[in-house]
Design a protein around this ligand. Structure first.
Ligand code: GDP
Ligand code: K
Ligand code: MG
Length: 270
C-alpha cells in the first residue's frame, strides 16, 4: 500500500513519520519545487509512507502548497493518514474535511493530545470518529505513544469502503457538481464532487486539470451560475468565503460533539 501522510504545518508529521517507519527513507524533491519528498517503509516492511508538505488547505496559496493538489490529481495512493493537532482541532479540520471529500480510505492520527490536555482540552476520539465516519487514533508522536495502535488501524482499514463526508454547501453547489459530473462523463477517476468544490473555491490546479476535459468558457459559466444563485439568495460573500463558511459551520458541529473542556481550563479553545 502507498499511504500519504498529510496534515497542517507543525502538527508532528515528521515525528510521526519517524515513529511509523524504520530508519530507511528515500529523500528527493517534489517535481517543480524545492520541497523535499520523503518516502519511508512502515515497520511491517510492506507499506510505503509518503510525506506530503504541511498545508492548511488544499486550495494552495503558494507553489509549494500546490504539491499536495498535484499529488491528489496525478499520483495513485491507497490510503491517507491525516495527522491532526488536538489542541488546534477547529483549524485542523478544514484540511481533514477536504480530504474526506476526496473519498479515499483515511485514518486520522490525533496528535498532541498531551498539549491539548495541558490546556484543558480533551477530544473524545470516539465521538470525533463517529462524526467524521473514519477511525481516529490518539497519539503522542514525540514519544511514540499510540503509534503501534495507529499502525494496526492502518492495516485494519486497508481495503475498507470509501466514505465521503458531505458538508451541505447548498443547492447551487450541488447543481454545479451534478453539471460537472455530467461534463466529465466518467473520463477521470477523481471524484466530481471534490473537483467541483475545489474548483468553486478557486483551486487553480484543479481548474487546470478540468481544462483537460472541459472548455474554459464552460467552466466560467459554471462559476457564474453558482455566483448568480448565491447572490439571488442574498449571499454577500465571495464564493471562496462562502465555501469556507459552510465548511466552518460543519466543523462547529463536529467540534461541539467531540471537544470537552476539562476542569481548570484557562486557555480559550482554538
Ligand atoms: P511537522 O512540522 O508537522 O513535521 O512537525 P514536527 O514533527 O517537526 O513537530 C513539531 C514540534 O512538535 C516538534 O518540536 C516536535 O517535537 C513536537 N511534537 C510532535 N508531536 C508532539 C506531541 O504529540 N506532543 C508534543 N508535546 N510535542 C510534539
Ligand atoms: K516543523
Ligand atoms: Mg516536518
Amino acid at each position: 500500500m502507498d499511504i500519504a501522510l498529510i496534515g497542517n504545518p507543525n502538527t508532528g508529521k515528521t515525528s510521526l513519520f519517524n515513529n511509523l517507519t524504520g530508519s530507511y527513507e528515500y529523500v528527493g524533491n517534489w517535481s517543480g519545487v524545492t520541497v523535499e519528498k520523503k518516502v519511508g517503509i512502515l515497520k511491517n516492511q510492506r507499506d510505503q509512507l509518503i510525506d506530503l508538505p504541511g498545508v492548511y488547505t488544499l486550495n494552495p496559496l503558494s507553489k509549494d502548497e500546490g504539491v499536495v493538489t498535484i499529488f491528489f490529481l496525478n499520483e495513485p495512493f491507497d490510503m491517507l493518514l491525516n495527522i491532526l493537532d488536538a489542541s488546534q482541532l477547529r483549524r485542523n479540520l478544514h484540511l481533514t474535511i477536504q480530504l474526506l471529500e476526496f473519498g479515499a480510505p483515511i485514518v486520522i492520527g490525533l496528535n498532541m493530545v498531551d498539549v491539548a490536555g495541558n490546556r484543558g482540552i480533551k477530544i473524545d476520539s470516539r465521538n470525533l470518529s463517529a462524526c467524521l465516519g473514519v477511525p481516529v487514533v490518539p497519539v503522542v508522536a514525540r514519544t511514540g505513544k499510540g503509534c503501534d495502535s495507529l499502525a494496526e488501524m492502518i492495516s485494519a482499514e486497508a481495503g475498507q469502503p470509501d466514505i465521503a463526508f458531505e458538508v451541505d454547501y447548498g443547492p447551487a453547489v450541488e447543481k454545479a457538481t451534478a453539471a460537472l459530473k455530467e461534463k466529465l462523463a466518467g473520463r477521470t477517476k477523481i471524484p466530481a464532487r471534490w473537483l467541483a468544490i475545489q474548483f468553486l473555491e478557486g483551486n487553480q490546479y484543479v481548474r487546470e486539470f478540468l481544462l483537460n476535459f472541459i472548455g474554459g468558457s464552460e467552466l466560467n459559466e459554471l462559476l457564474e451560475f453558482v455566483e448568480t444563485q448565491l447572490k439571488t439568495d442574498g449571499v454577500k460573500e465571495t464564493l471562496e468565503q462562502y465555501m469556507y463558511r459552510k465548511r466552518s459551520e460543519a466543523i462547529e458541529t463536529v467540534v461541539a460533539r467531540s471537544m470537552v473542556r476539562t476542569e481548570g481550563a484557562g486557555t480559550p479553545l482554538s
